[in-house]
Design a protein around this ligand. Structure first.
Ligand SMILES: Cc1ncc(COP(=O)(O)O)c(C=O)c1O
Length: 317
């Protein structure tokens, strides 16, 4: 069969529509309770952030703000930056990122491979420092930059409201009863929770939180001690459940070695919380959580050697 233009896909068509995996065989819950995870690490760059990045870039182009003379600039602890760098390259834009100086070697190497320019911010200020640096640069050179501002851009959470939530709803036949997710920019939690609650006000939305500011759940935010994303809605979580870095990493290792799911630490944290909840629910409940990114982003992490703890990571999104 001849390949026609209509049978060809672009990189952008590969974002989203990720499978919802059944974790029940690996993390048995209470009888009759389902546990599923959205395989966001199967997005083109290996993380959930492809959804938000593509939505923000598309909206910028549509609004005439992202023009060919502009450089894409934002703050990131790595994953959003990798998405910008990848899709920016495909669209022909330069990409410049403010990133905490202690962001992992793997993330930095990928960003450099993709040609992104990195501005390092104070590691002690975590992603708050990167945010401040990006805001300052964007304000100083508005003619030079397109600043999507992932922490305040509604396109971020809307990508999850329109797509991730709908995919979860359809894959579960509307039977999802609990949703568990952490917060980096908050796009995933806010967008999915808001839409699921509209579809069924009985859905319980559980916010996963690191147990202290000194955690190693890269990409996740400890809300009490960091700047809250502009679109964070404190009315959305029905429950907040904390997780230690040790439990998140133990679950991350278990996902790799018992389920063949090679994913990052925030995925381990989400599944740890979701599986605990699934053990306490009545039959007919269905818990959904997110596998946020790929384990390839964490190759240097001692977790894979079966050791307990690595040093605290670079922060929040
Ligand atoms: C590894 C990881 N997990 C979770 C998140 C949280 O996603 P969101 O920004 O949608 O809150 C991020 C965000 O960058 C991330 O990098």
């Amino acid at each position: 069969m001849a390949v026609t233009r209509t049978t060809l896909s672009t990189l952008f068509d590969c974002v989203g529509n990720t499978p919802l995996l059944d974790l029940g065989p690996f993390f048995p819950g209470a009888p009759g309770v389902g546990l599923f995870a959205k395989a966001e690490f199967l997005n083109p760059t290996g993380s959930v952030k492809d959804r938000a990045a593509v939505a923000m870039l598309r909206a910028g182009i549509k609004a005439g703000k992202l023009t060919p003379d502009k450089t894409i600039l934002d703050a990131t602890s790595g994953n959003t930056g990798i998405s910008y760098a990848t899709f920016g390259a495909a669209l022909g834009y330069r990409v410049e990122l403010c990133i905490p100086a202690n962001a992992s070697r793997e993330r930095r190497a990928i960003l450099q491979a993709l040609g992104a320019v990195l501005n390092e911010s104070d590691p002690l200020l975590s992603s708050d420092g990167a945010e401040l640096a990006a805001e300052e640069l964007a304000a100083r050179h508005p003619e030079r930059y397109f600043f999507p501002d992932q922490y305040n851009n509604p396109e971020n959470w809307l990508a999850h409201y329109h797509h991730t939530a709908r995919e979860i709803w359809e894959a579960t036949g509307g039977e999802v009863s609990h949703f568990v997710s952490g917060i980096g920019s908050g796009g995933t939690f806010v967008g999915v929770s808001r839409r699921l609650k509209e579809l069924n006000p009985g859905v319980t939305c559980v916010l996963m939180q690191p147990d202290s500011p000194f955690h190693a759940l890269e990409g996740n935010r400890h809300l009490e001690t960091t700047r809250k994303p502009g679109f964070y809605d404190p009315g959305l979580p029905d429950r907040v459940v904390t997780v230690t870095t040790e439990d998140a990493k133990a679950c991350q290792l278990r996902l790799a070695r018992t389920a063949g799911l090679f994913v990052g630490t925030s995925s381990g944290a989400n599944v740890h919380v979701a599986s605990e909840i699934a053990r306490s629910l009545p039959p007919g409940s269905l818990v959904v959580t997110i596998l946020c990114d790929s384990g390839f982003r964490y190759l240097d992490d001692s977790v894979w050697r079966g050791e307990s703890l690595a040093s605290p990571g670079a922060g929040n999104a």
